[in-house]
Design a protein around this ligand. Sequence first.
Ligand code: F6P
Length: 363
Amino acid sequence: GKGLAVFTSGGDSQGMNAAVRSVVRMGIYLGCKVYFIREGYQGMVDGGDNIEEANWSSVSSIIHKGGTIIGSARCMEFIKKEGRLKAAYNLVSRGITNLVVIGGDGSLTGANLFRQEWSSLLDELLENNKITKDQREKYKFLHIAGMVGSIDNDFCGTDMTIGTDSALHRIIEAIDAIVSTAYSHQRTFIMEVMGRNCGYLAVVTALASEADFVFIPEAPPSVDWKDKLCDKLEQERRSGQRLNIIIVAEGAIDREGKPITAELVKKVVVDNLQQDTRITVLGHVQRGGSPSAFDRILGCRMGAEAVMALMEATPETEPCVVSLDGNQAVRLPLMECVRRTKAVSQAMADKNWDLAVQLRGRS
Ligand code: F6P
């Protein structure tokens, strides 16, 4: 059977295990020899026990677990050519020429670069007598399929990344808990949520929790935001609301690009309104715990599709990312999606907020 390996890379997210499980079982079902690569790219570089053959039962009882049972890492060695050469050797010596990568845009970009270099890496291994001519010939094509595992929903091309739905559940549960204590004490709470430079988690949870205000990176507020915020909070209190909830995305910024932190918002509220105000930073709670039903099924569907994409690949097939479009699993050109994702960050860096919002909307 064909050699196929699956690994998770970058920040973990709920639902990654469902995806790993699905890749392993679909791979075995289609006659592949399937491997886990532990600890992301680091395990691929280090080889040894990090690359282990998987069987049907090695992925039993993992679908309900958060995180990733095969570990994940941010790897510096893979960024260097020597690291990638070691990784190529570790794959070829096991007959692995099909890779499923589950990670964010950085991890997917790394996989694409690896594929582009594959031929020259094999040439170098052959020159150094690390592999035989037969191996050079037999394993000359590397196929790649990606899936986006991230709670941030920050990838262009897919409606939902694996983990986002679970993170939303976790945040909503936390806000509901905060609301009850805020109500008792007539307090204002500022909740900081994750999302790096993507405001998706903040916007959706703000809408779903009836928050009074939300700050996100893609659409900084107008320069008079402090007045607007205070007017809004006051107005809600006047109309009988006993509490206020403000959601701040961790990457929130103002129009000059300066951070709008939970501390800053608290100062504005306390200085102007003298409201009893507290901050809750949700942090990694959002990324942990068991995956929602949606993320489990999403991981399963994406994993199966990724394996099918690899099995159907020809030498000319470009690396794909398996995405959710409507309710369909689709295969999209990996690098085009990465380019679109980077365009959002660029628009934000250029302070072109209209474009940033427009590009996010299209993602
Ligand atoms: O990308 C996922 C994410 O959780 C972001 O929302 C957050 O900014 C970042 O990872 C945190 O990274 P780390 O786990 O390395 O602290």
